[in-house]
Design a binder for this molecule. Structure first.
Ligand code: SF4
Ligand code: SF4
Length: 429
C-alpha cells in the first residue's frame, strides 16, 4: 500500500491537504454536541461564523478554501484574505472535529496564514504595522521600550535573581498595569520570590498568529535564551496568549517538545491553585458576588503541550508511528475553578459552554486589531450567556479577554475582572 510522508509542521500547507480534503461538512466544528446543551441559543462554537453566516467563514469553508489554494485553484483576493484573517484561531473547531473525524483543523488554519504570508498576500495591513512596532520598539503598541517596567511600583518586592521569572507581556506592561501589579502582589503575599526578564520583549503572539513564522521564531529563540541566561526554573504568565506562546508555539516554532524547553511554563491560575493547596495563598476576605469564569482559549483547549511529529500516512488515512492528537483536554480547567471556589462568599456559577466548549471572546490572535466588529460581536454573544445565568461578575485570565469583554459590557450590569484582580480582592483583609 503506498504511503505519504507528512508532519504536523504548519509552515507547509501540504502537510494538511489530506485533512482539508477529508472534511465532510458535518459542522461538528460549528455546533457544540447537543448532549452538552440545554437548548439551541448557546450551542454554537465558531465566533467567525457567528459574525458572518456564510459557510466560507466556518472551519468547514476554510478547509475547502485551503485545499483549493494549496492545489493552485484559487487566487488571493481582498475578500479571501478577510475570510482567512477574520478568525481568532480559537481552536473550538479543532476540538469539535476531533470528537468525530480527527482532522487537524487548527493547524490547517494556521498553515493557510503561513501560505498567505509566503505568497506575499498576508497579513492584514494592521498586522504589518504591529510587526513593525515589535521590530523597532519590542512591543505591539509601538510604545517606548523604556516605559515597559513602569507598572513595577516601589511597593512591590521584585528580586534580581529568583527561580521564578514573571514574563509580563506587552498588554499588562503598557495597558493593563493592574494585572501586572495584582500578579506581583499575589506573588508577594504568598512569599514567592520572583524576578523579571532583564530586557523583556514581546512574546510574538501576533507574529505567530498571522503567519509571520520567521519573525516569531527569532523572538522565540531570543526569549528562550534570555530565560536560560537568568537560570530561572519557571516562567510565570498572567496573559493567556503569552502562556500559549511559551508553552506551545515556541516549541512548535523550534521543532522541539514542550518538555525540552529547559524550564517550566506556568500560568497564574496554576500557580494560585498550587499555592492554595500548599497553604501559602489564603483568600480570607469574602467576595459576596455571583461569579462566572470564562475559559480563555489559550490556557484551555489550545494549551495541550507540543510534541513534534513526522511520519507516514497510509491506507484510509492511518498514520505511522502512532499519533497522539492534541484534543484540548490538558488545558487549565480545574485550577481557576478550585481557586475561585475557595474564596469565601462567592456564588460560583458555570456558563452553558465551558472548558473545551467555551465560546471565544473573539479578541485574540490579531483579530481585534484587524476586525474589531468580529471581536465585539463575539464578546456580546458571550455576555448574553453571562446574563442568562445571572452572573454579576465575569472573570477571565487574560488581558485580551478582559479588555474585549469590558468594552462590550459597557451599559450592562456585568462587572468584568481579571483572575488576578479577583484573587487580590480576596487577600486584602
Ligand atoms: S467538524 Fe471537521 S469534518 Fe465536520 S465540517 Fe467541521 S472541519 Fe469538516
Ligand atoms: S478557530 Fe474558532 S473562529 Fe476560527 S474557524 Fe475555528 S471555531 Fe471558528
Amino acid at each position: 500500500m503506498p504511503t505519504t510522508k507528512f508532519s504536523l509542521d504548519p509552515s507547509d500547507i501540504n502537510n494538511f491537504t489530506y485533512d482539508m480534503s477529508r472534511c465532510i461538512k458535518c459542522k461538528g466544528c460549528y455546533w457544540v454536541e447537543h448532549t452538552y446543551q440545554p437548548g439551541a441559543r448557546f450551542a454554537t462554537r465558531c465566533p467567525s461564523n457567528v459574525w458572518n453566516d456564510f459557510d466560507a467563514y466556518g472551519a468547514f469553508g476554510k478547509m475547502r478554501i485551503g485545499l483549493a489554494l494549496a492545489e493552485g485553484r484559487l487566487e488571493w483576493t481582498p475578500k479571501l484574505l478577510e475570510i482567512i484573517y477574520a478568525d481568532p484561531l480559537c481552536g473550538a473547531c479543532d476540538v469539535g472535529c476531533k470528537r468525530n473525524l480527527d482532522l487537524e483543523v487548527e493547524l490547517s488554519l494556521e498553515s493557510l496564514r503561513v501560505k498567505a504570508v509566503k505568497d506575499g498576500a498576508g497579513p492584514m495591513p494592521v498586522h504589518k504595522k504591529i510587526a513593525q512596532n515589535i521590530a523597532t520598539k519590542h512591543n505591539v503598541y509601538g510604545a517606548p521600550h523604556g516605559n515597559r517596567k513602569q507598572w513595577a511600583t516601589g511597593d512591590l518586592k521584585i528580586e534580581e535573581k529568583a527561580d521564578l521569572l514573571y514574563f509580563v507581556g506587552c498588554t499588562a506592561s503598557y495597558g493593563n498595569k493592574e494585572i501586572a501589579q495584582s500578579t506581583a502582589k499575589i506573588l508577594n503575599a504568598t512569599g514567592t520570590p520572583f524576578m523579571l526578564m532583564p530586557e523583556e520583549w514581546c512574546c510574538g503572539n501576533t507574529l505567530q498568529s498571522v503567519g509571520m513564522l520567521d519573525e516569531a521564531r527569532a523572538l522565540a529563540k531570543r526569549n528562550i535564551e534570555m530565560v536560560k541566561s537568568t537560570g530561572a526554573k519557571r516562567v510565570l504568565l498572567s496573559c493567556a496568549e503569552g502562556y500559549r506562546m511559551w508553552k506551545v508555539e515556541y516549541p512548535k516554532l523550534l521543532n522541539i517538545a514542550t518538555a525540552d524547553l529547559g524550564f517550566e511554563v506556568v500560568h497564574l491560575v496554576e500557580f494560585a491553585d498550587e499555592a492554595l493547596q500548599k497553604g501559602s495563598l489564603r483568600p480570607a476576605k469574602p467576595v459576596n458576588k455571583r461569579v462566572t469564569y470564562h475559559d480563555s482559549c489559550s490556557i484551555s483547549r489550545l494549551a495541550d503541550p507540543w510534541t513534534p511529529y513526522s511520519g507516514e500516512r497510509g491506507w484510509m488515512g492511518t498514520v505511522n508511528p502512532r499519533l497522539k492528537r492534541r484534543r484540548g483536554t490538558q488545558g487549565l480547567y480545574a485550577q481557576p475553578r478550585n481557586v475561585i471556589n475557595a474564596i469565601p462568599g462567592i456564588d460560583f456559577v458555570e456558563m452553558i459552554r465551558t472548558r473545551e466548549n467555551a465560546f471565544c471572546c473573539g479578541a485574540g490572535r490579531g483579530t481585534k486589531e484587524a476586525f474589531p466588529t468580529l471581536a465585539s460581536s463575539s464578546a456580546k454573544h458571550r455576555l448574553e450567556e453571562v446574563k442568562e445565568i445571572g452572573a454579576e461578575v465575569l472573570v477571565s485570565a487574560c488581558p485580551w479577554c478582559k479588555n474585549n469583554f469590558a468594552s462590550a459590557a459597557a451599559g450592562d450590569n456585568v462587572k468584568v475582572m481579571d483572575f488576578s484582580e479577583l484573587i487580590l480582592a480576596s487577600l486584602d483583609a
